[in-house]
Structures are given as C-alpha cells and as structure tokens.
Write a protein that binds this ligand. Structure first.
Ligand code: PLP
Length: 377
C-alpha cells in the first residue's frame, strides 16, 4: 500500500457537507473580513488554549512579527532563537529590523538549550527571545525559561506553530505564556483552508495593540494611531477553523496514538524514535526518528521503494542557511542542531492515519534495519 508522508484529505464522513453549508452561509452574508466568525473563533481559541486573549492574523510568520512589534522589538534589539526551527522564526526577527542570534539545542528534547541560553543572555543582553515548541512538544526547561526571562526583563515569545493541543504539567502549554504564536497552515494540527495564524497572550492591553498592528494601526476606521500592516484573519478561515475545532479531539487522539505506536514498535532498531520529555502530552504533530546521517539516504530510498513518503524537518540548521549571512550576529553553542538536521527522518503521521498504515511503515523500517545492531543515533 502506498502511504504518503502527509494526507490532508482524511476528512470525517460529515465534514465536507458541513463545511459546504458554512461556506454558503458566510458567503451569502459576505462575512469575508472581520465580523462574527472571526470574533467567535478567537473566543473559542482563547478558551481552548486557556489564555485571556487570542488575536487572529494572516499566518504564523505574521503572528511572530506582530508579537515582536507589539512588545516593542525593533532596530538595534537582539533576539535569541533556537538553531533548529523553521526559517520563519528567523525571518520574523529580521523583518522587524532586529538582530537574530541562534542558540544550539539540547539533544535530549531537541529544543533550545537552556544552559547555553542563560550564557547567551549574559553575554548579549537580548531584548527578547523566541522559544520554539518544536515537533509537537516543548522544552523540558519551559518553566525555567519563563522564570528566567521574567526575572531578567526579557520578552519571551513562544513560537507554537507546531504546538496546538500540547499539554505541559497537566494544562495547556499556553496557560502561563507571556505571548505565543500559532500557524494554521493546512498541514498543522489545527490547519485552515489557506494561510492563517494567531497570537495568544494573557494581557488584554497587549492583545489590543496586536489587533491594531494587524489592522493598519487603526484606532478608528480612518484613524491610524500606529504604523501596522494588513494581517487580518479572513472570515472563511475563521469559520473553517471553528468547524475543525469540533473534530480536533479525535484528530489529535489519532495522531497521538500513531506517534506512540511508532515509538513502541521501532524500539530496538538502530535508530532513535524521539519521545517528548516528562511532563508533556504531545499533540502527535510529527514523528521524529533519528538515524545515522550516512544512512539516511538509504533508509529513505527503501521507504520510497515501498511507496512510503517521509520528511526531513528540517534539513538545514538556521545558522547554516545561506540567507542567514549578513543578518545573523552569532551562532551560540556547538553543532547539535546541525547534527539533528543531518539525522532527522519523519515517518508518515497525520490525523486519522490507521494502525495498519503505521504497521506497514514499521515493517519496512524493520526490514531496512534488519542487519544493523541497535545504537542511539
Ligand atoms: C516553527 C514554525 N514557526 C513559524 C511558522 C510559520 O508559519 P506560517 O507558515 O503560517 O507563516 C511555521 C510554519 O511552518 C513553523 O513550523
């Protein structure tokens, strides 16, 4: 059987009919920009994430830029971010006129290394930091990050593009954030029918500033108290996302089940099937399998031969991207993010993937590793 890396078409039996109805209603009322669908979704989102406010916007990259701008980060300010993340995290800092510095990762949880981060703060005195909750969980040191940044007066933005639905110490990962950002790119755990994003926070004044920045700095229809831009969430996206929220518990449960099945069944092979650190309930966003860098092409080729898709999230560390030259002030730490980029192999994982599909992938992986002694990649 052929199994894609990601299949976005696994809609529940009644989903497309319900979406068609919603589409008709929103379109008939021309609720395309702003309006009740956006407000309703923002309220549902804030409740689902256990935060005081949610502000919808055009995409996850804009969400980061809104958060940075809303916190007053701009020209001359330094911002720390992990060396392992999607390029948008870096772009957002540069697009705000600020100076990015990357910090290497901790190879246990694959998130930014807290000890290195503390050293970097002492040395570089950043105004803000972006902690990325990568792969469907977060840092084992999340509380340390929040406490340390609060004590030092550093704004901590949590890039949670991949973390919708993640729980940390028994509650939503967002509960005690200063500000967090989400992407609703269709392939995300909560994905829209186009590009969309949101900023979450527990400060209603900040939420108001974010809302203004993303709506041309408006204080009245033709009154502009700030220079912002247009980053509004569309009505159809909001309505689609509200509908998806109803199906999300089952979608997340199916992802979590597959993520665990992979880990259980791949144990003992010459690879590392990465698990979230203690304290987390993952959302099952991605399978993260680490193989020996020299062996990755071979394993991918075997999967491909059997019609199985796979991913490399992400194949290049931020500090090694050619676009970083000229903007990156420093890459702090060693080469762990680089090693991760050379070892990472993501197996198919998406909402409503079946046990039979996971079994099939595992069977092919077992074949691929049948003559290799187990090791920790
Ligand atoms: C960690 C991370 N940050 C930021 C983004 C950017 O989100 P968007 O594509 O919605 O702009 C993504 C999306 O892939 C992401 O994974």
């Amino acid at each position: 059987m052929s199994i894609p890396f990601i299949d976005l078409k696994r809609f529940e039996p009644d989903f497309l009919d319900r979406w068609a109805e919603v589409c008709r209603e929103v379109s008939a009322a021309t609720r395309f920009v702003g309006g009740p669908d956006v407000s309703q979704f923002e309220e549902q989102l804030a409740a689902a994430c256990n935060v005081d406010a949610a502000v919808g916007c055009a995409n996850g990259t804009d969400a980061l830029q809104l958060a940075l701008r809303g916190l007053g980060v701009g020209v001359g300010d330094r911002v720390l971010l992990p060396d392992a993340t999607f390029w948008a995290t870096f772009e957002a800092v540069v697009n705000c006129g600020a100076t990015p510095l990357t910090v290497d990762i901790d190879d246990r949880d694959l998130q930014m290394d807290f000890d290195l981060f503390q050293q970097a703060v002492d040395r570089y005195q950043p105004k803000a930091a972006i902690l990325v909750h990568l792969y469907g969980w977060g840092s084992a040191r999340l509380d340390d990050y929040r406490d340390f940044c609060r004590e030092r007066g550093i704004h901590l933005i949590e890039d949670a593009a991949q973390a919708f639905g993640v729980e940390w110490r028994g509650q939503s990962i967002f509960r005690h954030c200063q500000v967090a950002t989400l992407s609703f790119y269709p392939a995300k755990v909560l994905g829209s029918c186009g590009d969309a994003g949101a900023v979450l926070c527990n400060d209603v004044e900040l939420a108001e500033t974010l809302r203004r920045l993303g709506n041309h700095g408006r204080t009245g229809h033709y009154d502009h108290g700030l220079v912002g831009w247009n980053s509004r969430l569309a009505g159809l996206d909001a309505a689609y996302l509200s509908l998806c929220l109803e199906y999300l518990p089952e979608r997340i449960a199916s992802r979590q089940r597959a993520a665990k099945l992979y880990r259980d069944q791949l144990a003992g092979l010459a690879l590392r099937a990465v698990a979230p650190p203690a304290g987390y309930i993952e959302n099952g966003y991605l399978n993260v399998t680490l193989v020996e860098p020299d062996d990755r092409d071979r394993v991918e080729a075997i999967l491909k031969e059997h019609g199985i898709g796979s991913g490399r999230t992400y194949p290049t560390a931020v500090s090694k991207q050619s676009g970083a030259v000229g903007s990156l002030e420093a890459a702090i730490g060693g080469e762990k993010a680089h090693r991760l980029s050379q070892s990472v192999l993501n197996l198919p994982l998406f909402a409503h993937i079946t046990d039979a599909e996971v079994d099939e992938v595992v069977g092919v992986m077992k074949q691929a590793f049948s003559h290799q002694p187990s090791t920790s990649a």
